[in-house]
Every structure is written in C-alpha cells, then in structure tokens.
Design a protein around this ligand. Structure first.
Ligand SMILES: *[C@@H]1O[C@H](CO)[C@@H](O)[C@H](O)[C@H]1NC(C)=O
Ligand SMILES: *[C@@H]1O[C@H](CO)[C@@H](O)[C@H](O)[C@H]1NC(C)=O
Length: 244
C-alpha cells in the first residue's frame, strides 16, 4: 500500500510539472519528470494507479458512511441534549414541589409550636393565658383591637372556676370588657374570639338588661357580668387563644 501511494504521488508530481524536461540522468531524483505524461506514463502509470483507483468507490462509500454516522451522531446528540433538558426541567419542577411542601410543613410545625407559646404580656390564669389591662380604658371595639395588637382576643370565660381565678386578679368595683356580645341577635350572647355561643355567663342580679337592644357588650365587675353600651370606656381582659 505504501509503495503504491509513493508511486501515485510521484506520478502526480510528474503530471504537474509540464514545463520540466525529462531528467532521468540525475540519480538523486527518485522519479523521472515526464514531458508528455498521458503518453509517456502510459501503461506503467495505469498499472500502478489501477489498484488505487479501484479503492476510490470503497473510500467514497466509507466517507459516505462516516458522514451518515456523523449526521446520526449529531442527531442523537441533539436528541440526548433535549432529553437532558427535559429531565432538567422535570427535576426542577419536582425540586420546587418538594421545597414548597417542605416549606408548608415547616410553616405548619412552626405555627403549631408558636401557638403553644403565649404572646409576651400574657399570664397563665387557670389553664389559659390572659392579659388584664388595668391602666387604659377603651370602648369595646378599641379594646378588641388592642387585644389583637398584642396577639390575642378580647376574652371569653370558659367556666366558673376560670371566672373565679380571673376575678381574683381584678380591682374591686372596676369594670373590664369581655369579648362577649349580642350585637347579632338580642339575647344571643356570643364569643368574639370563637364566633360561637358564649360558653359561660354569670349575670349580676337584674342583668342582662337589654334596654331596647342597645346594651350589646358585656363587661365584668366584682366577678359578675353586665351588658352595657359598647361605646362606654373601661378596662379590658384579653385571652391568647380563640377557642373559647
Ligand atoms: C411560609 O411562611 C412564610 C413566612 O410566614 C411565607 O412567606 C411563605 O409564603 C410560607 N410558605 C408556604 C409554602 O406556606
Ligand atoms: C374550667 O376551664 C378550664 C380551662 O380554663 C379547664 O381546665 C377546667 O377543667 C374547667 N373546669 C371545669 C369544672 O369544667
């Protein structure tokens, strides 16, 4: 093979140098330069070139095959790239979903944990947390807002023992708003925090007065409840939870 190529190259060199004369005398040259290649080369060149020429179709087929394979390779590369991209997108989406659900879980856990910790000003009275305001007097609505501001709700009372525990901490003859009202339907006293019917009511003698349905808010004094004008100002009691 190497031999044939050498001859072939030699022949090409010879064919390209039309102007040169035949120069076979120079022994250093390995190839004679031909004056009239087609005729001078003749049978000799054709004999030597023939095997190479015979190889051309095979080489062409190989080149075609290589090109084909190259195209196929390019296509499968593109295909692979797009599948990788798809996978990447899918992974991203799944990762985001996982992150969101983790965040939600974390949020819920954090909220649960936080709900067990009372807001700063609140104290445990009985088995619930309360805040008793003894400095500022407010209307019922203002008191409700003030409780929300410190992280609680205007308070309702659960039962007799809770009422006694709270009453023990209040100043005698002072009035404290509770989160109990009948603003919706006269006589139907509800908890502002839970939105449900008030669990426990202990009226002072002669109450609730109702008085043409104008006394819609309940306050506590000397351990007993009174319904009164919501716009009156008094101290107030907040609770931390909104269950009662
Ligand atoms: C988790 O809580 C934070 C802060 O309260 C909030 O910004 C975020 O949107 C919440 N994420 C989810 C998934 O609930
Ligand atoms: C009264 O309510 C408290 C919650 O503040 C509760 O722990 C207690 O068991 C209740 N007592 C009665 C007698 O229902």
């Amino acid at each position: 093979m190497f031999q044939f190529v050498t001859y072939f190259l030699g022949a090409l060199v010879a064919l390209n140098l039309h102007e040169s004369m035949v120069d076979c005398q120079d022994n250093r040259r390995s190839v004679c330069l031909l004056d009239d290649p087609p005729r001078q080369c003749g049978q000799f060149c054709l004999t030597k070139l023939h095997p190479i020429i015979d190889m051309v179709p095979g080489i062409e087929r190989k080149l075609d095959r290589i090109e084909e394979q190259n195209t196929e390779a390019q296509e499968s590369k593109k295909d692979l790239e797009s599948r990788l991209q798809d996978l990447h997108t899918q992974l991203d989406t799944q990762l985001q979903a996982v992150q969101t659900s983790l965040q939600t879980l974390l949020n819920r856990t954090a909220q649960k944990a936080l709900s067990k910790i009372p807001p700063p000003k609140f104290e445990l009275i009985g088995s619930r947390f309360f805040y008793i305001e003894t400095n500022n007097i407010k209307t019922w609505n203002e008191a409700a807002a003030a409780c929300r501001q410190i992280g609680g709700y205007l308070a309702s009372i659960q039962n007799e023992s809770e009422l006694e525990a709270i009453a023990a901490k209040l100043n005698p003859d002072s009035y404290y708003w509770l989160g109990i009202h009948d603003r919706g339907k006269s006589g139907d006293f509800q908890s502002l925090a839970s939105g449900k019917t008030a669990k426990f009511l202990k009226w002072h003698t002669g109450y609730p007065k109702n008085l043409e349905q104008k006394l819609n808010c309940v306050w506590l004094s000397n351990g007993e409840m009174h319904d009164f004008f919501c716009n009156s100002k008094s101290y107030f009691i907040c609770q931390a939870d909104k269950e009662i």
